[in-house]
Design a protein around this ligand. Structure first.
Ligand SMILES: [Zn+2]
Length: 221
């Protein structure tokens, strides 16, 4: 017969997952780490692309032609509008789908249950739409609190990822191109400017002697 302590160790995470205990009672799962830059000596950078409302064919061609292992932080509702586009990227290249919530809210404005619904809901949608499990969470707008880190862990993410440099052009405003360093996380968005922004990011990586690598492979389980 299992000892009570052993039984508790099994039951408490289960109840937390089901939303039947508060995290304070359960003390599980532990908050996931927040990563804005990877600590590594490898000559690598990480290309991440957010949202998914615009599906630009030229951007997909660059990703495929250069075999870029991009992390696609797709909003579930946006991904649903472009399933063939994203499926093509996932099936014919090393990119992976990651978690950017279902509806792109300010997560810190939601309670823990609301955050869990957004994050676990996006995981479920990625599984049902693409058959692939997101392992990283990027909170919309880069805004999060302690509950976000707890909910992320409960929804299968191993880290909350922000970014080191934002290369996104919005309208006529283009950010200055930084000198990239090993481990930098580059933020891009699925917009009509993505081809130019992506080329700028890849050229900056080339200039620094760095190669794009898959972000989830550099984050410990
Ligand atoms: Zn976003």
């Amino acid at each position: 017969m299992p000892r009570p302590r052993v039984l508790l160790a099994v039951l408490v995470p289960l109840l937390a997952l089901l939303g039947l205990t508060t995290p304070a009672q359960a003390a599980w799962p532990t908050p996931v780490p927040v990563v804005s830059k990877v600590s590594t000596d490898d000559p690598v950078v990480f290309i991440t692309i957010d949202d998914g409302w615009a599906q630009n064919p030229a951007a997909a061609k660059i990703l495929r032609d250069r075999n870029v292992p991009a992390s696609l932080f797709l909003v579930s509702d946006a991904a649903s509008y472009g399933v063939p586009y994203f499926r093509n990227l996932l099936d014919h290249g090393p990119s992976r789908v990651e978690n950017h919530t279902v509806t792109h809210p300010y997560l810190s404005s939601l309670d823990l249950a609301g955050q869990r619904a957004e994050i676990c809901g996006a995981r479920q949608r990625a599984l049902s739409t693409f058959g692939l499990e997101p392992r990283l969470l990027r909170p919309p707008y880069g805004v999060y609190n302690e509950d976000t880190r707890i909910a992320a862990g409960a929804c299968g993410a191993k880290a909350l990822v922000t970014w080191t440099h934002d290369f996104t052009t919005w309208g006529s405003w283009q950010p200055p191109t930084p000198q990239l360093q090993a481990g930098d996380i580059i933020l891009l968005h699925f917009t009509d400017d993505l081809p130019a922004d992506l080329n700028r990011a890849l050229a900056a990586a080339d200039a620094a002697g760095l190669k794009p690598a898959r972000l989830r492979d550099y984050i410990a389980d």
